[in-house]
Design a protein around this ligand. Structure first.
Ligand code: BMA
Length: 844
């Protein structure tokens, strides 16, 4: 018995020793975001949020008013001009301090700062897109003070510009900071500073895991996945290490790395037979793999990291054809039409976006049948949650690097910093299957070639040569060669667009931005002819809803020429151009409610023209990305949802036209053509019907036919001479109802008008509106006795709700039932619901 007790005692002691030594060699992380942070204003200290930014901190401490309110932007210039000091105190226990190395890790400092630990200077930062890691072992004690002094980014860029012999188009180029925060044609100028991403400490004895990436490739023929992984480590003391790659149920990789072979990058590869493949939405399941990378030192798991990835093969196909060169993607060997939109940061104050907002934005994307987003290069590399959600929902991403509408310095210091930035971000986001392309920049080449910078900046021949050489070094050498090392799996595209919109070749190959409409004031019909291979930008503005305007404008200031509205319009000719287009297609009402509605109709009508031209040009055109999905503050802009996520009419149009099966109309000078568009990869046998109707709903005539829709393409359903089709009727007196049937069952219906909206001969609809409470919120019944185009419902109640359907044409005698989804039923909904229609703004 005594012997058993002795053995037990020895065993327990051994376990204890092993556990202690295990504990001792484990890396330890301390999250400094959990500490109390302060910032200084005058001679007072205030509570600060970390992650956070100065504007939000000033607002939370009631030092400034809401920056978005009225014209507060103008009054807050001083914040941009000031320097700001953030600090915290924290303790470290002896066990933590006993480790051989202690790293301070900043995942994002915005932007120009000097960092002091216990009053010792330790770091200068000038790139908000980089991760900064420094060994602070020699400075750290039990009680510590960390202080970060942020200098005004505006003053820093000014002072750098002064020392440069060649001026770049915009001085914001000198700092690696989100370009849009210096002001954009949809964004205010709030030049934030602060600790905008996490900050932590890590103590370790031997090796610290810095970051890791897993790049998947998929061999379609062999049905085999190859995973290419890299781990970056910081090494304090070399040791034998073991790397394991696991999922919950399986170990995929297990290898010992001898101390003498340990380098700061560990490469690993393994294969998966018959993997579950990642498909984008509409094409299959977005299957994901969740791997856990573990670093072991003997019996101790030193550190681990989770990586989410998906197995898929991505190809960008550019093949010469009769007109130029194709430009489309294949995923897992299958081509697809990219139903896209441009995405900008959801808030000028980056740290104010909640996880819920990311989720809600993605919900809008999914509901709208969008399958691809372009993360535009004037913003930021998004947070992990954004890419996680895109992976999960099968939303693909065109990822710009953060360079926009500018030329950039070519100094070694700058290039080295960018190289670090590119590496950090590829390591952070490169494992995500949703990202299918890296793009060098937004409109830098376009600007250089077409915007007259060389003349306006008075460049000499040698100046031009130098600036262009620097461009090439950055976008044709440094970035692609970094990518080659880390991620050769994805295509790299130097600049979006590849050729400027003033050049006819821009429509024959590469990606195109078409801004002849809006910037060039051309009519929307021009969209029908200006169709490129892959349309990555085009757009037109509209006002946000009245509810959104009310958040920043007092009632007495809500009128069309209000200076407050002018402050929330950032395009130099915004109001003038909006009104030009409103007048051309709808009208410019005097009443502000109708004015907003007319502007929103105009935007929806214009982008509908472009979207349907692009869709019906498949497979010549294989992608369409209107400018832009969202806003970063309440503003009059090109967005289809506003800052608060409220849908403008355009969002309903997008949802409709991006359906996997749709009909598009082409109305030419002498012909009228209807196309059936199918995203399906198989041929589809359908029947179509096209009815020509009078405004009272009487059918004039009907065309029917059977047709096989070509996969992933657009198929001509009906082609008629105008005179023949109209049968003596004026295009202003009729409308068309088109339908698709499969096995006699209706699978799609769409109503078309044939002329500009303000030309139609419509009558007063005297809409009857019935609102009934329901478990979902409310049900709305609409009835009319005459064709009522562009019905748009707005609820001005304080309770938020969403119309399941909105912005449609209503036929005479066809009751429409719409569900209004809301948490609550407001008893005054009947009074606060306003139903607009075309007749309200073009009474004839
Ligand atoms: C595009 C974008 C942005 C801009 C938009 C509207 O070119 O890249 O620069 O906001 O035009 O002008």
């Amino acid at each position: 018995m005594r012997k058993t007790v002795q053995i037990l005692f020895i065993f327990i002691s051994l376990c204890f020793i092993v556990a202690c030594s295990n504990e001792a060699s484990k890396n330890e992380v301390k999250d400094l975001c959990e500490e109390d942070w302060t910032f200084i204003k005058g001679n007072k200290t205030y509570k600060a949020e970390v992650p956070g930014n100065i504007f939000s901190d000033l607002y939370l401490n009631e030092i400034i008013d809401n920056p978005f309110d009225q014209d507060n932007e103008k009054k807050l210039e001083w914040v941009n001009q000031s320097d700001w000091i953030y600090s915290t105190t924290f303790t470290c226990d002896d066990k933590f301090l006993a480790k051989d190395a202690i790293e301070l890790c900043f995942y994002g400092l915005d932007t120009y700062s000097k960092v002091y630990l216990n009053d010792q200077y330790i770091l200068t930062t000038d790139n908000m897109f980089r991760k900064y890691i420094i060994d602070v072992k020699k400075h750290i004690t039990n009680n510590n003070t960390l202080k970060i002094v942020f200098s005004s980014a505006e003053r820093i860029t000014d002072s750098i510009a002064k020392t440069e012999s060649i001026q770049l188009p915009d001085k914001r180029a000198y700092l690696r900071k989100a370009p849009f925060q210096f002001g954009w044609d949809w964004g205010p100028k709030f030049i934030t500073c602060g600790i905008y991403r996490p900050v932590s400490l890590k103590a370790y004895n031997k090796v610290s895991l810095k970051d890791a990436i897993m790049i998947p490739d998929y061999d379609i023929e062999k049905n085999l996945a190859k995973l290419d992984g890299k781990i970056r480590v910081n090494i304090k003391n070399k040791t034998d290490l073991r790397l394991k790659v696991k999922s919950d149920s399986k170990t995929y990789y297990n290898r010992k790395i001898k101390a003498d072979q340990l380098k700061d990058t560990i490469n690993f590869q393994f294969v998966i037979n018959e993997p579950k493949v990642w498909w984008p939405t509409g094409m299959g399941e977005p299957n994901l793999y969740n791997f856990r990378l573990e670093l072991w030192d003997g019996n101790t798991k030193v550190e681990e990291k989770n990586i989410q990835t998906g197995i898929r093969k991505i190809e960008l196909i550019q093949e010469a054809d009769k007109k130029g060169k194709s430009f489309y993607f294949k995923i897992n060997g299958r081509p697809f039409f990219a139903k896209g939109v441009n995405y900008i940061p959801q808030d000028i104050f980056l740290t104010d976006v909640s996880d819920k907002q990311y989720q809600e934005l993605l919900n809008t994307v999914i509901e709208s049948n969008i399958n691809m987003l372009r993360v535009w290069g004037g913003g930021v590399y998004e947070k992990d949650i954004f890419y996680n959600l895109c992976d999960k929902h099968g939303i693909m991403i065109w990822q710009d690097f953060m360079f926009a509408c500018n030329m950039y310095p070519g100094s070694e210091r700058f290039l080295d910093s960018v190289e670090e930035e590119i590496q950090d971000n590829i390591y952070r986001i490169g494992s995500h299957p949703s990202i299918i392309l890296w793009c060098g920049n937004n409109e830098c080449r376009e600007g250089w070639e077409n915007w007259g910078w060389q003349k306006s900046l008075n460049y000499s021949y040698s100046d031009s040569t130098k600036v262009w050489k620097d461009y090439k070094e950055l976008f044709i050498n440094r970035i692609p060669s970094t990518l080659k090392k880390l991620d050769p799996s994805r295509p790299y595209w130097e600049s979006s667009p590849s050729i400027g919109w003033g050049h006819p070749e821009s429509l024959l190959s590469g990606d195109a931005h078409y801004w002849g409409v809006w910037w060039g004031a051309e009519p929307f019909e021009v969209y029908n002819n200006k169709v490129g291979r892959f349309m990555t930008e085009y757009g037109t503005q509209s006002y946000p809803s009245m509810k959104t305007i009310q958040t920043f404008t007092p009632d007495s200031m809500i009128y069309i020429d209000s200076p407050i509205l002018a402050q929330h319009q950032k395009h130099p000719r915004g109001k003038e151009l909006n009104e030009l287009y409103m007048k051309r297609y709808f009208s410019v009402p005097k009443d502000i409610f109708n004015y907003i509605y007319s502007s929103q109709c105009t935007q929806a009508y214009g982008i509908n023209t472009a979207l349907s031209a692009h869709r019906r040009s498949a497979p010549y055109c294989m992608g369409s990305f209107y400018w832009q999905l969202n806003d970063c503050w309440p503003v009059i802009s090109w967005s289809s949802i506003d800052y608060f996520g409220r849908w403008k009419p355009l969002q309903y149009v997008v949802k409709e036209i991006y359906k996997p099966l749709t009909i598009a109309l082409e109305k030419g000078e002498d012909h009228i053509k209807f196309y059936g568009i199918s995203d399906s990869l198989k041929e589809k046998e359908v029947q179509y019907s096209i009815e020509l109707k009078k405004m009272d709903g009487t059918i004039i005539k009907e065309y029917r036919g059977d047709i096989t829709l070509i996969p992933n393409s657009s198929t001509l359903l009906l082609n008629k001479k105008n005179a023949n089709f109209l049968d003596g009727y004026s295009i202003n007196d009729i409308y068309v109802v088109s339908r698709l049937y499969a096995h006699k069952e209706k699978i799609f219906e769409k109503i078309f008008i044939l002329n500009k909206p303000n030309k139609l001969n419509i009558k007063n609809p005297n809409l009857s509106v019935n609102v009934i409470p329901s478990p979902e919120g409310a049900v709305i019944y609409l009835n009319t006795k005459t064709f009522t185009p562009f019905v748009w419902m707005e609820n001005y109640n304080s309770i938020e709700g969403k119309f399941e359907e909105n912005f449609f044409h209503l036929e005479a005698g066809k009751e429409k039932k719409i569900i209004w989804r809301s948490q609550d039923y407001p008893s005054d909904l009947k009074q606060t619901l306003k139903v607009f229609s075309l007749y309200d703004i073009v009474k004839n």
